[in-house]
Design a protein around this ligand. Structure first.
Ligand code: UDP
Ligand code: MG
Length: 139
């Protein structure tokens, strides 16, 4: 069990001005921020980040969407961070997300679902170093 996870606030949520509310929700649920940046992905960068989904039917749409506007990338720290954060964001499809979860409250659809959360400790480490150098991390 590791104590970090990686998140992005996706372009639908930044575009709807939900960034502050989502960060507030994350902090109030006990996560501390090790690193954070506001940026915009190129198609190439979005494609590389989501390379594990290359063969999935939604890959092209996902890459278009994730490069369509600004995102906030962050490394979050908390005991049991990966599992606790997946619980806080809720199901991939907001229609199936529990009450009180970030996706339930801020996401529009299964594609445009407001936030990313790592699915394992291994991917949390890979995704964190995709965006941040050691120098950019508050440890
Ligand atoms: N996605 C999509 N259509 C789908 C499933 C997923 O557009 O049918 C997008 C959605 O933005 C999701 C991302 O692809 O967050 C990655 O999918 P994954 O199954 O890893 O869901 P997550 O881990 O984000 O809940
Ligand atoms: Mg995933």
């Amino acid at each position: 069990m590791s104590n970090v996870t990686f998140t992005m606030i996706k372009p639908d949520a930044t575009g709807k001005l939900y960034t502050g509310a989502i960060i507030d929700r994350i902090i109030k649920n006990g996560f501390t921020i090790q690193a954070m940046k506001w940026t915009k992905l190129t198609k190439e960068q979005a494609g590389a980040f989501y390379a594990v989904h290359k063969e999935r039917p939604f890959y092209g749409e996902l890459v278009e969407f994730m490069s369509s506007g600004p995102i906030v990338a962050a490394i979050l720290e908390k005991e049991n961070a990966v599992a606790d954060f997946r619980k806080l964001i809720g199901a991939t499809n907001p229609a199936q997300a529990d009450e009180g979860t970030i996706r339930k409250d801020f996401a529009a659809s299964v594609g445009e679902n407001a936030v990313h959360g790592s699915d394992s400790d291994e991917n949390a480490a890979i995704e964190s170093s995709f965006f941040f150098s050691q120098l950019e991390r508050f440890l």
